[in-house]
Ligand binder design. Structure first.
Ligand SMILES: *[C@@H]1O[C@H](CO)[C@@H](O)[C@H](O)[C@H]1NC(C)=O
Ligand SMILES: *[C@@H]1O[C@H](CO)[C@@H](O)[C@H](O)[C@H]1NC(C)=O
Ligand SMILES: *[C@@H]1O[C@H](CO)[C@@H](O)[C@H](O)[C@H]1NC(C)=O
Length: 375
């Protein structure tokens, strides 16, 4: 056992050495720098940051969040006001220097889950949904489509998701051949881990279909802890957690171990923090006792608001090396988030794994592009 460990360490350090001393690393062989994705979601109608104000030097892909299919026909009914927003989004972002690619994202955390579970359950409804999604993408000039189903609830829905992705890819391919246009990108936002190991209903994503049919996935590496856990503070997007598997390092590794190529994996980075009220301000570590949620609506503050909070309250800012996260404390208020320091470490981690890199939720949460520039 000890010998095995010795060999393991040897090869580990050898690999690190190779990464440090050559320009092409062991794991990055499949991703050339020009393929790197720096994505961000734009919550539709974000009046604090219209598409024209997005600094496109910092991103390669911007997602319009969200559109919902009709819950009976599974087609997209686009109102006139939505239509003008979609057109403004794509035309503005494609005309910027440099331009970015655009996708529209379907669903989101607030979506009625029964829409997806019904839609994927039959070939007929999957087809309506797929055809309508492609029509919307072309009509409004998007480069691709992103599925944000949060999340399939059981193994059957996971299997049906696999079928949907297979049929979607086939239709995208067929449409591209028929029209001579570049194929639409097809991506999805997914849970941080390939398995839903915290839930009563155990289920895993259909990795084979995902790897074959999607261009990449956006792993949502955040919301690990929040105001719903009333008794202790937590690092909501911890890179490491010595006590549990609820961490970005575990989640990303689980996808790779399950067979998803790292070049199809994108790490999520939050541009927001989660807040608590400390029981005793003298005890303020990650995991310190709390009495409830802190400032912000539902205990959530965008990074911009955290910066403002820190300034106004002269907060103490602490970098937690163990979890690779940041927190600030002012009085009994405690905010866990990522600042530039933790973000840089996470991006380096993603690069060492050979990932296609990162995306942010959400683009309007940054403060003067302080974090978005770290890539
Ligand atoms: C569809 O959505 C509408 C509006 O939200 C709701 O009133 C209706 O009950 C839903 N129908 C089904 C079949 O879920
Ligand atoms: C939506 O736009 C179409 C075409 O421009 C127009 O004919 C229709 O009257 C508009 N509908 C509403 C509800 O404004
Ligand atoms: C983490 O996951 C591994 C398997 O992937 C398991 O062996 C281990 O017990 C888990 N650790 C915790 C703390 O749950």
């Amino acid at each position: 056992m000890a010998d095995f460990k010795g060999y393991y360490n040897y090869y580990y350090y050898l690999c690190v050495f190779v990464i440090l001393t050559t320009t092409t690393s062991c794991s990055m062989a499949t991703t050339s720098p020009s393929d790197v994705i720096k994505g961000a979601y734009w919550p539709s109608g974000a009046s604090d940051l219209p598409p024209s104000s997005i600094d496109t030097t910092l991103f390669t892909h911007i997602y319009y969040a969200f559109l919902s299919p009709n819950n009976v026909t599974f087609k997209f009914d686009i109102s006139n006001s939505t239509a003008s927003m979609l057109l403004d989004f794509t035309s503005t972002l494609h005309a910027k220097k440099p331009p970015v690619k655009t996708l529209f994202s379907i669903g989101g955390a607030g979506e009625d889950l029964s829409i997806f579970s019904k839609m994927v359950s039959s070939g007929h409804s999957r087809r309506s949904f797929i055809e309508s999604s492609i029509e919307v993408a072309r009509k409004f000039g998007f480069n691709g489509i992103d599925l944000d189903w949060e999340s399939p609830q059981n193994p059957k829905e996971m299997e049906n998701l696999g079928l949907l992705l297979h049929e979607w890819r086939a239709m995208v391919h067929k449409e591209s051949k028929a029209t001579g246009q570049a194929p639409l990108l097809l991506t999805a936002a997914m849970y941080f881990s390939v398995d839903f190991f915290l839930y009563d209903v155990q289920r895993s994503y259909p990795v084979d279909s995902i790897g074959k049919n999607l261009d990449w996935i956006n792993a949502m590496c955040y919301d690990y802890h929040g105001g719903w856990e009333t008794s202790t503070t937590g690092a909501q997007a911890a890179l490491f957690d010595p006590k549990s598997n609820v961490s970005t390092s575990y989640g990303l590794q689980s996808w790779i171990t399950a067979g998803l190529p790292p070049s199809k994996l994108i790490m999520g980075l939050p541009l927001y923090g989660r807040t608590w009220q400390l029981k005793d301000p003298r005890s303020h570590d990650v995991g310190a006792p709390t009495v409830g949620v802190g400032p912000g609506s539902d205990g959530v503050l965008t990074y911009s608001m955290v910066e403002a909070f820190n300034k106004v309250n002269n907060a103490m800012v602490v970098y937690d090396m163990e979890t690779v996260s940041t927190y600030s404390i002012a009085g009994t208020s405690w905010i866990g988030y990522d600042d530039t320091k933790s973000t840089i470490v996470k991006i380096k981690f993603a690069q060492a794994l050979g990932l296609r890199e990162y995306f942010f939720w959400a683009v309007n949460g940054d403060y003067n592009w302080k974090i978005s520039t770290q890539g």
